[in-house]
Design a protein around this ligand. Structure first.
Ligand code: NAG
Length: 457
């Protein structure tokens, strides 16, 4: 049996480590077997050269090369990052019969429990601070809107694309985890369950099903939130909470929440204004009496969050109101900007050959970094010509089709198609294709070698 401290990365370097089939540090020979391994390797090398020479006419150049190739192949680490096989028998919080995933039962000492789990799974320790799990979802039943399920699929594809590019995990939930916590309240039970299912992740990132990434390169500035130990990040403005007292002072459709005890406690308070609580009706009235622009009855999660901040300003020590970039942005403001932004980005690419170089999707972040100096003048957020990070189709209701009567349905659906293709062009590009017309999802053209230097723009 290997003790947890010895597994994975450490065992590669510790002289005390025993080689273990279970932890498999790498397929290269390790530590104690170094001499034996080297001898074996030398033998294999000689043997392979000899058998190669027997079967082929001997060419020292190619045989040296193939031997080096074989060696390089054997030294590829099987999984240099995390060990997905290893779960030691020592008890963790998962073995506690009292532990409940339900929002109804609070969890205590979560920080210690998470830390203990990480200690027992040391391969997950490196990078834990920046590990993010994106959580999203939709209703269990088919959408009422005829194009609803198709749109939701494309919204989901967009999130999967973003997560793949940035190495984040993603969880799509389509079941109500608490029978009373429906509609906009449904996310809180899912976020709690995701925290318990992902002790390896520092952040859970809730993104509504009707929000999409429209800047595939932009990366969450996590250090900004670490700096003063903020635990909950939402797009919002202090002025609108404390002066204007508006129910749209922030948007609760996209939030980043740290996987810690504070968050567990906070979600408990937040949920207590929801349909699970016996005081649900009272909360609806209180919210409407404070936020005069809230026209619909019933307590909602967004007004609830604003109310908590309004009543207890010191919560801003833990809740970061992100107003600098489009942590999420209103589609009505954003939609008209896509064409000019596309033009600006094309100009930048025409001027900088580095950005036109074809590359593997895996190294996309590097090209995002290459682009950054060109975007210094772009500004961030409203009136900026930087690609908006997240475009949120609030009020459009793609699944039910019951959009806010202030919009025409077609404006919503066409807007989504345009935004989806705007985002998809950033992805498809790595696969050699591009939509020349953002409103035409059917058509792609192959990108030429030095695209976009010679069109089709
Ligand atoms: C796009 O750019 C043109 C030309 O610079 C400008 O007239 C127009 O107002 C811009 N459109 C938007 C929505 O910013």
């Amino acid at each position: 049996m290997v003790t947890p401290e010895l597994s994975q990365s450490k065992s590669q370097f510790s002289p005390m480590a025993k080689s273990s089939v279970r932890t498999k540090p790498s397929s290269c020979f390790s530590d104690g077997f170094l001499y034996l391994g080297a001898a074996l390797m030398a033998f294999l090398l000689v043997w392979s050269l000899w058998s190669y020479a027997l079967s082929h006419s001997f060419d020292p150049k190619t045989s040296a090369k193939s031997a080096a190739d074989a060696q390089a192949h054997q030294c590829v680490q099987e999984n240099p990052q995390v060990n997905l096989h290893y779960d030691p028998p020592e008890e963790t919080f998962y073995d506690d019969q009292e532990l409940s995933y339900s929002v109804e039962k609070p969890i205590k000492n979560w920080d210690e429990k998470r830390k203990e789990w990480l200690k027992r799974h040391p391969s997950f320790a490196p990078g834990a601070r920046d590990r993010v799990v994106l959580v999203t979802g939709s209703q269990p039943k088919p959408c009422k809107n005829a194009v609803g399920d198709h749109l939701l699929l494309r919204f989901f594809k967009n999130k999967v694309d973003y997560c793949r590019i940035h190495g984040y995990d993603i969880f799509y939930n389509n079941v109500l985890l608490h029978p009373k916590m429906n509609s906009y309240w449904a996310k809180l039970p899912v976020v709690k369950a995701a925290m318990l299912a992902h002790p390896e992740a520092e952040w859970i990132w809730w993104v509504d099903s009707d929000a999409m990434f429209t800047d595939m390169e932009f990366k969450l500035p996590l250090r900004r939130y670490d700096y003063k130990k903020h635990n909950l990040i939402v797009h919002g403005w202090e002025k609108l909470i404390y002066k204007k007292k508006s129910w749209t002072a922030l948007n609760a459709g996209v939030f980043l929440i740290r996987n810690c005890q504070w968050s567990m406690d906070f979600m408990e308070r937040w949920s207590s204004m929801g349909p699970m609580s016996s005081e649900y009706e009272k909360w609806g009235e209180i919210q409407r009496s404070v936020f005069k622009d809230k026209l619909f009855p019933g307590s909602d999660d967004q007004s609830g969050l604003i109310y908590l901040l309004y009543k207890e300003k010191s919560l801003t020590e833990k809740i970061y109101l992100e107003g600098e970039y489009y942590f999420e942005g209103y589609w009505v403001d954003i939609l008209p900007t896509y064409d000019n932004i596309t033009e600006k980005y094309t100009e930048i690419e025409k001027a900088d050959g580095k950005l036109r170089r074809r590359h593997a999707e895996k190294v996309s972040e590097q090209y995002g970094a290459f682009r950054e100096p060109h975007l210094r003048e772009a500004g961030i957020g409203k009136d900026s010509w930087r690609r908006p990070f997240i475009t949120h189709f609030t009020g459009c209701q793609p699944c039910s089709g019951d959009h806010n009567p202030m919009y025409v349905g077609e404006t919503c659906w066409n807007g989504m198609v345009k935004a989806l293709n705007f985002a998809d062009n950033q992805v498809l590009r790595k696969y050699g294709f591009v939509h020349p017309d953002l409103l035409d999802s059917n058509t792609v053209t192959e990108t030429s070698f030095d695209y976009p230097d010679d069109g089709p723009w």
